[in-house]
Structure formats: structure tokens, C-alpha cells
Design a protein around this ligand. Structure first.
Ligand SMILES: C[S@@+](CC[C@H](N)C(=O)[O-])C[C@H]1O[C@@H](n2cnc3c(N)ncnc32)[C@H](O)[C@@H]1O
Length: 203
């Protein structure tokens, strides 16, 4: 089991945004959609043992559960449409602190980074903070049941850093990378360490 917690600092909290303007008025929702694609999509299939938590402005958590996920395509626009549906379900919900499944495998509830951290910790996952100034992932011992926290296009806020400083901080290399590229690298690192043969990935 692997999990990715991605912090979206400017993504709208309501469904009133245009799918034609994900990088603009939708607050860089394109970044989060690419993270979802990177976390789940293989060349011919979906990684079923993955959970993604999108934390929107530290107020809403959208959870993608690979074991139940349907209708996920590799393009940003259709993923954004799934998130928009989730936000619509959330806006109509009378019990916002209770998770609601908006489409198969996509759940939404009120919550923030601390809630996502609590969930992955309760599930027995080891949490790692992905940060440009961390220690090298190559030398790190990585637990196969792991959760990785990333920011979107912006720096971690001081209050987020305060919650994360108790976890190991890992760097993927000397350059600052796009969040979705970090997810691909982490998957690859764990796939190699798990000794997955290429035949494991064939249908
Ligand atoms: C585009 S970067 C964030 C923006 C960047 N910190 C800045 O200069 O504004 C997106 C996220 O990917 C992760 N990341 C990027 N490069 C990384 C690296 N070399 N090692 C580990 N994590 C990295 C971090 O979580 C980072 O917050």
C-alpha cells in the first residue's frame, strides 16, 4: 500500500470553476490532476494499491481509493471533472464531516492535512515528507507501506511544515521537480525495491 498526500493551496472549495481554465481560475487544479494520474495510471492499467489524498486549502480532503476507482482516465480535464463532481456532492451534503462517495472510489469530506496524516498513520503507513532539502531517498530505508506528502506549485506553509517536521524528510535529487514527477520517481523507487519483474505488470 502506498499513499500520496498532495496539498492544493489555491484550488477552489466549490464546483464553480471552468474545466477550460484549470491552471488559472481553478487554482492550479491541473497540478493536482497530474498528481492523480501519476499516482494511479500505468501504461495499461491502474495501480490498485494506492490511495491519494488531495488536501484543498486545508479545508476539504478528496480521497481516491485505487481499489474501488472507476472512470479515471489519464487526461487532466476528465480528472478535474471527477473532482468537480466531488465538490458538488460536498456542497449538497448536510454532514460535511462525514465522507461521501461522489463517484466510485472518490470520497470527499471536510478536513485538512492533520486529518489525512491521522488516517494514513492509523492505517499503519510510515509517513515521509518529500522536500527538496531532505536526505537522499537513495540512501533511505523505505517502508513498503508508506505515505508521501507533497506540496503543489507552492512552498509548504509554516503551519504545514510544523505538522510535518516529526516525519523523515526525503529528497529525490538536487533539482526542484514538479509534484507529479516526484510521484513517478517514488513509485519507481519502491517498484525496484519490491523487485517487481516487468512480467508482474503484464495483464
Ligand atoms: C514544484 S515543487 C514546489 C515548489 C517549490 N518548492 C518552489 O520553489 O516554490 C512541488 C513539490 O514536489 C516535491 N519536490 C519537488 N522537488 C523535490 C525534490 N527534489 N525532492 C523531494 N521532493 C521534491 C515537494 O514536496 C515540493 O513541495
Amino acid at each position: 500500500m502506498r499513499a500520496f498526500i498532495v496539498l492544493g493551496h489555491r484550488v477552489p472549495l466549490t464546483p464553480d470553476f471552468s474545466l477550460n481554465d484549470l491552471p488559472g481560475s481553478a487554482g492550479r487544479l491541473d497540478v493536482l490532476c497530474r498528481c492523480v494520474t501519476a499516482a494511479f495510471c500505468l501504461s495499461h492499467g491502474i495501480r490498485r494499491d494506492v490511495i491519494v489524498y488531495l488536501v484543498l486549502q486545508n479545508q476539504i480532503v478528496v480521497r481516491f481509493d485505487g481499489s474501488r476507482l472507476k472512470h479515471l482516465n489519464p487526461d487532466e480535464r476528465s480528472t478535474a471533472a471527477l473532482i468537480q463532481k466531488a465538490l458538488k456532492a460536498f456542497s449538497e451534503s448536510e454532514h460535511r464531516d462525514r465522507e461521501r462517495e461522489s463517484t466510485p472510489g472518490i470520497f470527499i469530506a471536510a478536513g485538512g492535512l492533520s486529518d489525512a496524516l491521522e488516517r494514513v498513520t492509523r492505517a499503519g503507513l510510515t509517513v515521509y515528507w518529500l522536500h527538496e532539502q531532505g536526505s537522499s531517498i537513495r540512501q533511505a530505508e523505505l517502508h513498503p507501506r508508506a505515505a508521501f506528502v507533497l506540496s503543489d506549485h507552492l512552498e509548504f506553509l509554516p503551519e504545514e511544515a510544523a505538522l510535518l517536521e516529526r516525519f523523515p524528510r526525503l529528497s529525490l535529487g538536487p533539482l526542484s521537480l514538479h509534484a507529479d514527477h516526484c510521484i513517478v520517481i517514488v513509485h519507481n523507487e519502491l517498484d525496484l525495491r519490491a523487485g517487481l519483474a516487468s512480467s508482474d505488470a503484464l495483464p
